[in-house]
Design a protein around this ligand. Sequence first.
Ligand code: FAD
Length: 292
Amino acid sequence: MKLTELLNSGRASLSFEVFPPKREAAFAEVEGAVREIARLRPAFMSVTYGAGGGTSRYTLDIAQEIERDWQVPTLAHLTCVSSTRQTVREQIVRLREAGIGNVMALRGDVPADRMGEDRAGWSYRHAVDLIRELKESGADFCIGGACYPEIHPESADQKEDLRFLKEKVDAGCDFLTTQMFFDNHLLYNFLYKLREAGVTVPVVAGIMPITNAAQVERAIKLSGAMVPQRFRALVDRFGRDPAAMKQAGIAYATDQIIDLIANGVTNIHVYSMNKPDVAATIQSNLSAILGR
Ligand code: FAD
């Protein structure tokens, strides 16, 4: 199933993200978590590619298993910046052979030791190069791309960021998923500017439930997201009590999602970080809103 069918339906959708294991020894554990999340029958599940140390070679195995065993549509991520053209092309063939129809086309983070390099000779410099490669493969992929309500950390300003985002969409990106954000107003402002720039594809709002205090600093470092005072107060008050912090973090994420849906942002993707209990609680908190 092409995700655009779902994302354009106008119905509220809740989806979850999982990431592959870092080591083979952890595969069974991750597989167990993935199975529990799939059992919730979300609208779709995304499987990251090499993010946060996860091993890229398992992305396809996990995505295939979700579709085959649980009939839950999947979105397989693929990055390009650290890969050769041959590796990317081989992965595209594998995706095609595995019957994966939805691909999240990403640049990936540039490794710290390659930041200063002259990029003219690189096979892939930006996600748009991967989108073009996917299109040229001849396969009829439904292609997703990343977007940043608070601009990408490497961008000079939002205008530049939006210009390159439009280039990705013009090259064939069918929908966008946002980086995490903790203040919905940032998303509403971003969506306004995006539509004004002529980008009309569906935008899926990425929500990260912060369930422990250590995660806050990690999340900010990774995403550059602004943390509102309302959220800081919650971490200050409950950060040292794991159970209370988890409850408060899930409530905050739920509250963000309800506000988004109430304001017409109907497609929500939860960065569930291989935590089935967090995914299940958020889904149950929204049961009537999602009509399940
Ligand atoms: P791009 O779209 O290429 O943008 C990167 C920067 O380059 C931006 O500043 C942009 O404005 C600029 N730019 C874009 N095009 C051009 C151009 N033509 N000329 C000049 N500048 C340009 N990482 C992983 O490793 N694995 C994952 O599975 C993963 N999943 C993600 C999912 C989501 C929803 C998000 C938001 C991020 C994810 N990431 C993942 C992180 C992502 O790889 C990084 O944020 C990366 O730094 C940028 O990737 P991108 O695809 O947005 O890049």
